[in-house]
Design a protein. Sequence first.
Length: 130
Amino acid sequence: MAGNADRPPLTVVDPAASALSPPRKLGEHGLSLWNAVQSAYRIDDVGGIELLAQCCAAQDRVEALAERISADGEVIHTRNGPKAHPALRDELAGRAFIVRTLERLGLNVETIKPLGRPPRAFGWKGYADE
């Protein structure tokens, strides 16, 4: 077995290491979304990568807005009385963008029924045997 000496030793590869990296720097929340989507769907086309990157950047922005709204309160008090926080509208728009983008990527579609043939005792033939 002299040929085995020429082979490099086998190593275990971390599955996360082979995942596609985002095209630009993302924050904690955006990177978490990126990794979750890539581990489940493995998006590797240019258009899909860009859509996902935009979605993840929006996730970071939305979470920053949500933190600010939580710190200030959902209702702020002005001279004219209580008023909804001005960033609420932007947070909602960002969340809507994220959902629409994930839908465009086709990530909201799951199979309703398993594929394949039904079990043997399914249908009218199964009832006739009883």
